[in-house]
Design a protein around this ligand. Structure first.
Ligand code: CIR
Length: 263
């Protein structure tokens, strides 16, 4: 079996700008500290690079306060990239900014034309399928358009539901390997991971469900010792990354990069 869903030669990241203090958040617990965010971002990039991947660091885009969360603007598959259609006004323009960057790496770039919307945070690509959660940002029309686009590359897409009150599908889950998903109990209880092995986040540590498997490493946010122990015992090679500032804006490990291996 291939490991294309977590083996990557490339990643794209974008530095947080000073306008990060204006980023969207569900609950206001204070603005992120720009200097500390930069430090966490550098640690994150270093961990990705340590696996041998080529990591592009794009300059900050002050006009888009949430643009550090590059994952939402595109879906990158081995065969090509698809520009998403973020479902909130202040982020809609982010997708177009990714077009020239991806054009250097891919021959084929498709665009979700709308009127539906999808953000990359609602998409979990596994070895066997692409799961897309409907949420406040991602709707059924967007999902149907994406289904048509990925069909040409042979992907099966399954519509699932992001839990009520949760920003994105992947806020609550991550891929750990070919058959294993890290998930909050509330998401797994919906039955959407039937046929997969599921590892639950520890009680009270639901906020660390957004991790990433990147080549041999699993990057997870710092500060979740019980889940860390569970994952270490399961044999994963963990790297803990400070995430306090991104978390103030409902962001985690997956949001901070596009991860891919272009054919
Ligand atoms: C937003 O609300 O859009 C940003 N503050 C957070 C985006 C997080 N992205 C992700 O989970 N993929």
């Amino acid at each position: 079996m291939s490991n294309r869903s977590y083996t990557f030669t490339h990643a794209i990241t974008r530095q947080p700008g000073r306008s990060i203090v204006d980023g969207l958040r569900a609950v206001d617990i204070g603005a992120p500290n720009h200097a500390l965010f930069l430090q966490h971002h550098a640690d994150y990039v270093k961990a990705l690079e340590s696996t041998g991947a080529k990591v592009t660091i794009l300059p900050a885009l002050e006009e888009f306060p949430d643009s550090v969360f590059v994952e939402d603007a595109a879906l990158c598959l081995p065969q090509g990239a698809i520009l998403m259609r973020p479902g909130t006004d202040s982020r809609l323009g982010e997708a177009a900014t990714m077009a020239p960057v991806l054009a250097d790496l891919y021959e084929e770039i498709l665009t979700l034309e709308g009127p539906g919307t999808i953000e990359g945070g609602d998409i979990l690509t596994t070895e066997r399928e692409i799961l897309v959660g409907t949420s406040e940002r991602t709707n059924a029309r967007g999902i149907e358009e994406l289904r048509g686009l990925v069909a040409r590359w042979g992907y099966k897409l399954r519509e699932v539901q992001t839990p009520e009150g949760v920003l994105h599908f992947k806020t609550d889950c991550s891929l750990l390997d070919n058959e294993t998903i890290l998930s909050t109990e509330r998401l797994a209880a919906s039955g959407c991971f039937e046929g997969y092995r599921v590892i639950h986040t520890a009680q009270g540590e639901e906020a660390c469900a957004n991790a990433i498997r990147f080549n041999d490493l699993v990057l997870m946010p710092d500060g979740f010792p019980k889940t860390e122990e569970i994952l270490r015992e399961a044999g994963y090679d963990l790297r803990k990354i400070g995430n306090s500032e991104a978390a103030k804006l409902d962001g985690g490990m997956s949001c901070l990069s596009l991860r891919f291996s272009p054919h």
